[in-house]
Design a protein around this ligand. Structure first.
Ligand SMILES: [Zn+2]
Length: 107
């Protein structure tokens, strides 16, 4: 995490303060709530491309698993649902690597 965190994570567009993994992850979990830079206080909102990527990375595996893999394995609906939630959770942990935030003036 230190290795990845040092290079690929989003930085503040104002002061180049590195956002933390936790901040980015919580923002995604709270349905893309804006991130305020802890250093300069500028608000950053997730880019629409990132929203698309996040939805894609969570939905596609969920759909493939739910419609193809689970029925083939004979999994019951509650088990399938649980595994999809678990999968989405695990995938979301890596999402801070893919998302980009933009600083919007006046927001
Ligand atoms: Zn800043």
């Amino acid at each position: 995490m230190c290795y990845i965190g040092g290079s690929a994570l989003q930085k503040c567009n104002g002061c180049k303060n590195q956002f933390r993994w936790k901040e980015l992850l919580f923002s995604i979990w709270k349905s893309y709530s804006p991130i305020e830079c802890s250093h300069c206080g500028k608000r950053h909102t997730i880019s629409s491309v990132s929203k698309f990527i996040v939805s894609f990375l969570i939905l596609v595996p969920a759909v493939v698993f739910g419609l193809l893999i689970a029925p083939e394995q004979g999994l019951s609906k509650p088990v399938t649902f649980f595994l999809i939630v678990l999968m989405a959770f695990v995938i979301s942990i890596f999402l801070p690597l893919f998302v980009k935030y933009e600083y919007k003036k006046g927001s």
